[in-house]
Design a protein around this ligand. Structure first.
Ligand SMILES: Nc1nc2c(ncn2[C@@H]2O[C@H](COP(=O)(O)OP(=O)(O)OP(=O)(O)O)[C@@H](O)[C@H]2O)c(=O)[nH]1
Ligand SMILES: [Mg+2]
Length: 349
């Protein structure tokens, strides 16, 4: 009987695929959306490998230069200047940081975007969840404090999956059960990629709306003004003093007027604008961690170059960076890691 991922593992061990390509086989099988599938296929075809191998080669060159100047320093030979070496190292570091940065996008393609609906009690968060799911999933009542626990559901907007959490309304002086709910809201917010911050313009703004802004902090957000079917109790552009630079989306969870603007905005946030959508993204935490460490090592190498330390010291960091790139590509690996990666495959494959 074949083990999980056995055939892909053999292909890797025999050098037919590198590790990023082997991982992409699993990603193609698991892909839950077109975006995820496309990025997995591009990785399988060697998109990420080529990019990383290119960077690895540049570092190998740098390393050769450094070694040469260590060995032949007495012979009056001239090598690449420290400035040029530093420039090369910095370019690789910049490229790596871009890849590290793309992980947010890659994870959204692979796993979906985590969205938390937040707002003070009764603004219509649960109604919005139901509208997004197109079913009456969450309990909706006119009583403020209806939702006590967080509720997580999956929905799909075009080619993107979103994982939506409805949460307990945030307010000062809640009842005890509600307080526990608010803690969970905070935890959900912390984990999410995006906060959908909901206001109800048909009721006066109060301290709880302000409190909300502190809770959301620096999190990426969409601002929603719900209940547009009711007369507004305050001028809605006042919201801009709360949230600098945000263009609020006005809609009604009841009549669904303006609702398309919300789904479009969610989709835009998920694909991160077309520009990011087109380029190479990394989708695994394993890759992110190694690339981050490689970039950090190169950062140290640049710093060392700026001061007058010897080439040997710089070479140590450049080697470390190459090792991390090699680990992503599977140039060096441990059996445990392979067990972990291939264990996630289905039987055979
Ligand atoms: N007129 C109108 N009423 C709405 C709209 N959205 C929600 N409501 C009503 O507002 C009340 C509260 O809605 P919920 O969705 O339960 O609000 P919530 O934010 O989840 O409230 P909590 O769970 O208590 O925090 C209910 O009576 C809804 O029917 C809307 O767009 N228009
Ligand atoms: Mg609710």
């Amino acid at each position: 009987m074949a083990e999980p991922g056995e055939f892909t593992r053999r292909a890797f061990v025999n050098g037919r695929l590198d590790l990023t390509q082997a991982e992409a086989v699993a990603d193609v099988i698991d892909s839950a959306s077109d975006k995820a599938l496309n990025s997995a296929i591009s990785q399988l075809k060697g998109g990420l490998s080529r990019r990383l191998n290119g960077l690895h080669d540049t570092l190998l060159n740098v390393q050769a230069q450094l070694e040469a100047s260590i060995d032949f320093t007495e012979d009056g030979l001239t090598f690449q200047s420290r400035e040029d070496t530093q420039k090369q190292i910095q370019e690789v570091e910049t490229d790596l940081r871009k890849l590290v940065h793309s992980f947010r996008q890659g994870r959204i393609y692979r796993e979906g975007m985590r969205v938390t609906l937040v707002g003070k009690p009764n603004v219509g968060k649960s109604s919005l969840l139901n509208a997004l799911l197109q079913e009456d999933r969450a309990i909706v009542t006119a009583y403020a404090g209806t939702t006590r626990d967080t509720l997580e559901e999956r929905a799909r907007i075009k080619d993107i999956h979103i994982i939506i959490t409805d949460s307990a309304g945030l307010r000062d002086n809640p009842e005890i059960i509600e307080e526990e709910g608010i803690e969970r809201t905070r935890a959900a917010l912390e984990k999410s990629d995006l906060a959908v911050v909901v206001f109800d313009p048909s009721e006066p703004l109060d301290d709880n709306d302000k409190l909300l802004m502190d809770e959301v902090g620096e999190k990426p957000r969409l601002v929603v003004l719900n209940k547009s079917d009711l007369p507004a109790a305050w001028p809605t552009d006042q919201i801009k003093t709360f949230m600098a630079g945000e263009q609020p989306i006005t809609l009604s969870a009841k009549t669904l007027e303006g609702f398309d603007s919300l789904t479009n905005a969610l989709h835009q946030k998920a694909i991160g604008g077309e520009r990011v959508g087109e380029s190479l993204v990394i989708t695994r935490e394993r890759h992110r961690d190694h690339l981050q460490q490689a970039a950090n090592a190169l950062h140290n190498a640049s710093e060392t170059l700026l001061s007058d330390y010897s080439e040997e010291l710089i070479a140590v960091d450049v080697t470390l960076a190459m090792e991390h790139l090699g680990a992503v590509l599977g140039k060096t690996f441990e059996e445990d890691l392979l067990d972990k990666i291939f264990g996630q495959f289905c039987i055979g494959k």
